[in-house]
Design a protein around this ligand. Structure first.
Ligand code: AMP
Ligand code: ZN
Length: 489
């Protein structure tokens, strides 16, 4: 009961299809996570916000989740840097892993069920290689083990790269390589120098290749495959193609991934944001300039995940206005209910509460439009447009005081639902210092006054200003029409 349909764009099928998980009460999702050798830039964070939007949307639609994001703490760069700084890879990666989790927390990204580390899954990776050896997909060269792509007929079926005509045995060792390099890839790397971190295992001394870790972790956590696998679009080839190849070659009778979803890039001046290009911002760069985390979250989620998003500070400023509009509409309802002594309802915090808090009557249409947008391949621009439409309608109703008590409660439910996705609204009505009002209440009154002025009801506008003054709040109207408030001396 209560699972609403969800349609997603599957990268393998190259079209939108209906989502049918193995078990809707335990949807298995695996997302490629960070390589922890530096701060995440906000391009990386876009792909994590996308995972958060997928998670929160599925929860609103009634699904329950079992999600994983891996932490890549073995990789060429990490090994290079840890040798350079004369520290172990654990010591080197620890502060970057902590910084990653801090960024997620700052952006109100929900915690997932599992965050496995590559260094803790080496045993599972070795097992996978043994299976591939058994099934005849590998060869050895100078102590390293490679996957032979010409042995697997389906190679290329995910990313549609052309794998025919590839010289057998042309191979690649590095963790990163160019898109048009369709080659055998390394599963296990023999150490090249003495200081290099390596593991002494049944298949020899060495360390795993990057692609291998995700295949092994999926197996480690879910015993077989997953419903959805996500990542940035740059991971489609070779990383995901190679993950798929390894897993399907090792376990040919199992479905590795049912649906693949890829998030487009964040750009700066039309160029992909990346560490190697140096055109990146990390979250703290933006917060240090005085921007609130909410505007960063809003910008990252407000574009459709399959469209490129050109980052600019102007977008952050626009986001501030949009967030305030949504917040103000909630604040108005909240104040109205308070003034009428209508008991509000609690914000839903778990699966059954989210479902039982779905609007039933007055706000049902608003909710339906919102749900239709997210269930259509996470169409956030459409979802946001529907939110602004509903706010217009709610404000008109409030202007004419035509909402009944029950209708107002239904609207509160609607706001709770949209914030289950947006994660940016403030529902607390904490009083500020020794004032009798909370910031939300002050903003709601300012909004009421602006509306009164728009409707040429200057008497009402003045009375709101006086009411605020009596409560110790001074308003300052600026030329651009915005209103600031401060406490009176
Ligand atoms: P990395 O830490 O480089 O392994 O990347 C972590 C995640 O960020 C991967 O899913 C990448 O595809 C994604 N990613 C990297 N650069 C960008 C970008 N400019 N925009 C969106 N996602 C990105
Ligand atoms: Zn991966």
């Amino acid at each position: 009961m209560s699972k609403l349909p969800f349609f997603l764009f599957d990268s393998a099928e190259n079209k939108k299809i209906e989502f049918k998980p193995d078990n809707p009460d335990k949807v298995k999702i695996y997302s490629c996570g960070p390589t922890v050798y530096n701060y995440s830039h906000i391009g990386n964070l876009r792909s994590y916000v996308f995972v958060d939007i997928l998670r929160r949307s599925l929860k609103i639609l009634g699904y329950q989740l079992d999600q994983t994001m891996n932490i890549t703490d073995i990789d060429d760069k990490i090994i290079r840097e840890s040798i350079h700084h004369s520290v172990s890879i654990e010591e080197f990666t620890k502060p970057w892993t902590e910084a990653f989790f801090r960024d997620l927390e700052k952006l109100n990204i929900e915690k997932l069920e599992h965050y496995p580390f590559a260094t803790k899954s080496v045993e599972e990776m070795v097992e996978l290689i043994e299976k591939l050896q058994e099934n005849g997909y590998t060869y050895e060269k100078e102590g390293s083990i490679y996957f032979s792509i010409d042995k697997l007929k389906s190679y290329g079926s995910l990313s549609k790269v052309e794998a025919t005509g590839i010289i057998s045995g042309a191979r690649y060792d590095a963790d990163e390589y160019e898109k048009d390099n369709v080659r055998d890839f390394v599963l296990w790397k023999a150490p090249k120098e003495e200081k290099e971190k390596s593991w002494n295992t049944k298949i020899g001394n060495g360390r795993p290749g990057w692609h291998l870790e995700c295949s092994a972790m999926i197996r480690q956590i879910y015993s077989s495959g997953v419903d959805i696998h996500t990542g940035g679009i740059d991971l489609l080839f070779p990383h995901h193609e190679n993950e798929k190849a390894q897993s399907e070659a090792a376990y040919p009778n199992e479905k590795f991934v049912k649906y693949w979803m890829h998030c487009e890039h964040l750009l700066v001046d039309g160029q992909k944001m990346s560490k190697s290009k140096g055109n990146f911002f990390v979250l703290n760069d933006i917060l240090d300039k005085g921007y609130d985390w909410k505007v960063v979250r809003y910008v990252l989620l407000s574009f459709h995940y399959r469209t490129k998003l050109n980052f600019s500070f102007e977008r952050l400023n626009e986001a501030k206005v949009s967030i305030q509009k949504i917040q103000n509409a909630f604040n108005r309802i909240s104040s109205e209910m308070k003034s009428k002594n209508i008991e509000s309802i609690r914000k839903p915090i778990n699966h059954s509460e989210i479902i039982s808090c779905r609007p039933q009557e007055f706000a049902l249409d608003y909710f339906q439009n919102f749900v239709n947008a997210i269930s259509d391949d996470l169409n956030l621009p459409k979802a946001l447009a529907s939110i602004f439409d509903s706010i217009k309608s709610i404000n008109t109703k409030l202007d004419s005081s035509s909402l009944s008590n029950e209708e107002m409660i239904d609207v509160v439910k609607y706001f709770y639902q949209i914030d289950c996705l947006l994660g940016i609204l403030d529902f607390t009505n904490e009083k500020i210092d020794n004032l009798s009002l909370s910031e939300n209440e002050i903003l709601a009154l300012i909004e009421n006054r602006s509306n009164a002025k728009k409707n040429k009801d200057f008497k009402l506008a003045d009375s709101i200003r006086d009411e605020l003054k009596a409560k110790g709040i001074i308003l300052e109207d600026s030329k651009d029409g915005s209103v600031k408030w401060k406490k009176s001396e």
